[in-house]
Ligand binder design. Sequence first.
Ligand SMILES: Cc1cc2nc3c(=O)[nH]c(=O)nc-3n(C[C@H](O)[C@H](O)[C@H](O)COP(=O)(O)OP(=O)(O)OC[C@H]3O[C@@H](n4cnc5c(N)ncnc54)[C@H](O)[C@@H]3O)c2cc1C
Length: 553
Amino acid sequence: MNPQMLNESAKVVVVGAGPVGLALGIELGRRGIPCTLIERNDRVGYSPRAKTTNVRTREHLRRWGIADTLRQASPIAPDRPSTVVFATRMNGHFLTRFENALNGNRERNNFYSEEAQWVPQYVLEDVLRRHAQSFPCVTIQFQTEFVSFEQTDDGVVTTVRDLVSGDVRTLSSAYLLGADGARSAVRDAIGARMIGEGAYSRNYSIIFRSPELAGRHVHEPAIMYWMVNSDVPSLLGPMDEKGLWFFMATKLAGDVDPVTLDPADLIRRGTGLSDLPVEIVGTDLWVAHRLVADRYSHGRVFLAGDACHLHPPFGGFGMNMGIGDAVDLGWKLTARLQGWGGETLLASYETERRKVHERTIAEAVINFGSTANQLVRPGLEDSGIIGDATRNEVADIIEATKVREFMTLGIVLGMRYENSPIIVPDGSEPPPEHFMLYTPSAHPGCLAPHLWLIDGSSLYDHFGDGFTLLVTEGELDDADAFAATAAKRGVPVKVLAPNDERLRERYEARFALIRPDQHVAWRGNVLPSDPASLIDRLTGTTCHERADAVLSS
Ligand SMILES: Cc1cc2nc3c(=O)[nH]c(=O)nc-3n(C[C@H](O)[C@H](O)[C@H](O)COP(=O)(O)OP(=O)(O)OC[C@H]3O[C@@H](n4cnc5c(N)ncnc54)[C@H](O)[C@@H]3O)c2cc1C
């Protein structure tokens, strides 16, 4: 291992440079926190799995300044409609469609600042990698494997192995983060266990090349085609516009040995195009789990992403939720390392994220309960009025059951941290919690309601990197005094008064304090007479820690 390549002064060591590790690198790197990512692969971007980069992740990309970069990097044409088609086969009967699935159409909506994007995970990872490496304080060490760690009250010593030379060496840091995926060694090392139902369904994904397919199928352009037939219930979608596709056969029967499956035969049977030329690029047998770690941390070691939650990919939540973990952990670790955050801040990570994980996973499991395997009916492919009647019946079932999988704002934007110790309740009723419908609300703990401002800019673009004190009406004197008190304690607070009268109604208060992750931490019509107490609460600082900080300053 080349010692020059290692960031010896890293404050944080991250194991894994998948999407979650890279997001952690970005959250820390953009705030100047030195960190080293340890990745056993020789590069990022092996995974073709995720295609849905959802609205919330794209809002984070926008905050990081790379939302347009991903749009431009995508091999999927920007004008491809975000439509999901249900049909019996690619040359068979149309059943129904969902338009603007996952809120992927490019149209402005006050609910969010970025639409979702259908883009292969390997493209997103490469964009994240380039951005992470643009920060001088971020190092990615490829072909390096996590071996073990030891921690003291002051820090963590991580042992890693260079997979090329075999050399073993240690890295010292203040924190260690396990973003090392489903088989997380960091998770094992902290003694955490995955609780729930493991491996309850086997599924088979295939990446294949077939430039002919676009001209051979009979359906409209879409991001996903569900093929509801009893032969090979499956789904399929584009990975680019040049003939690269994914195909997924869901819920293999228990007695099927995947080794015996001929991928080209599966594709031809599923699509109904029995003579379709296909070149198999890769195959991926994956199992569906419903698992959450029994703990997300131990001392100075934290888990994020698949390392602490696993669930079926229906709804496209897994990677997106892991990136949300990185965002939550990123600003809290920064606050701690910069000296303005207390211990409670880090403890709140699990309180806040576990509830989001459990709610989202329950939704993904419901979605996985109605795949093409469950939707197929005898006679579905028959011609004539009996076949038509069966197809109408199945289309009705699809429309009623699958709409929640493609209209997901209630899950994606509706997550809230109201029970967190660093959120201050205001006694108001929370907005309705619904899996599909999102009700913007500044109820403390909710995502700050978004708005396109009169000048055409996104409200979020004006938020600061630290806290933002949003003033929806009235004078700024109190707000400026509050920010000055915060600054004395090292807490970054930006005062923002956009002068847009809709904000008073949308936030239902004169003031709202918004965290670095864009969640509302507190709101009120008057700022507290003792601002320091509020600041300490929001930054998880106890009296004891405050006294220590004063003594050491
Ligand atoms: C078929 C399918 C489709 C999916 N579609 C979607 C979707 O549309 N949207 C979505 O949000 N999610 C989707 N997912 C889920 C998504 O792929 C995962 O949630 C995501 O990859 C998790 O990211 P991660 O960074 O936590 O883990 P990983 O992506 O697993 O990354 C972990 C990294 O850690 C490295 N690593 C592991 N162990 C070590 C070690 N000991 N030392 C050093 N490095 C190590 C690995 O090499 C890897 O690079 C899908 C999953 C499947 C199976």
